[in-house]
Design a protein around this ligand. Structure first.
Ligand SMILES: C[S@@+](CC[C@H](N)C(=O)[O-])C[C@H]1O[C@@H](n2cnc3c(N)ncnc32)[C@H](O)[C@@H]1O
Length: 199
């Protein structure tokens, strides 16, 4: 696989539609104190929506962004949830301003925006969080196989830490292991950070 554009995200997302929500959802809600008063969450690269729907089941209003519209077919589930998913079918790099949110959540997507776009999208996501807001996101590290690809942002840890300079880091997990992506073997180096905005 040479470029992110060649990935059939619709096929991948359809395949992943039934996966359970990630534990990062619960961690983010707990960090935001949101069991008592759910608020707004932005999900960047929502895929088939397993995590967006879990936030909504727990009462959150979700703005879910993705250029693939697999999630659109699942919005009927809004009827059965105390929260709501609003799906934004768009290229994330085209979003100039995100709604204010108490949580920004993103898995396996920010690095795909590429090294040119990621810094400006990051600034817009940080701007969407008020003081005390929670960032729950992963970024690809420099050991990831995709470090060879100019269209994917893979970052050394000090650079990731610098992105969180206005945050208190609550939790950090690192996936650094051989695995697969579709039919290909690859090394995953995925650094997941849960952090609260300080100012
Ligand atoms: C690897 S999937 C991750 C999906 C989900 N977050 C998960 O963890 O299962 C990456 C997702 O990002 C979306 N994506 C990648 N680049 C995008 C862009 N520039 N704008 C909008 N969505 C994008 C793809 O359509 C895909 O659904």
């Amino acid at each position: 696989m040479d470029t992110a554009e060649k990935v059939d995200w619709a096929a991948l997302n359809a395949h992943a539609a039934g996966r359970p929500a990630r534990r990062l959802v619960t961690k983010a809600i707990t960090a935001a104190g949101g069991e008592r008063s759910p608020g707004v969450v932005l999900e960047i690269g929502a895929g088939a929506g397993a995590d967006a729907l879990q936030f909504a089941r727990r009462g959150w209003m979700v703005h879910a962004y993705d250029s693939d519209d697999t999630l659109a077919a699942r919005l009927v589930e809004n009827e059965r949830m105390s929260g709501t998913v609003h799906f934004h079918h768009t290229d994330i790099t085209d979003v100039q301003q995100f709604p204010t949110a108490q949580i920004v959540y993103s898995t396996y997507t920010l690095g795909l925006l590429g090294p040119d776009a990621l810094p400006r999208v990051w600034d817009r996501l940080v701007a969407a969080l008020p003081r005390g807001g929670v960032m729950a996101v992963d970024l690809f590290g420099e050991n990831d196989s995709w470090a060879e690809r100019p269209d994917v942002a893979t970052l050394p840890l000090p650079q990731i830490d610098a992105m969180f300079r206005d945050f208190h880091i609550i939790d950090r997990t690192v996936r650094d292991e051989d695995g697969r992506f579709l039919a290909d073997k690859k090394h995953w180096h995925v650094i997941t950070t849960l952090a609260r905005k300080l100012r």
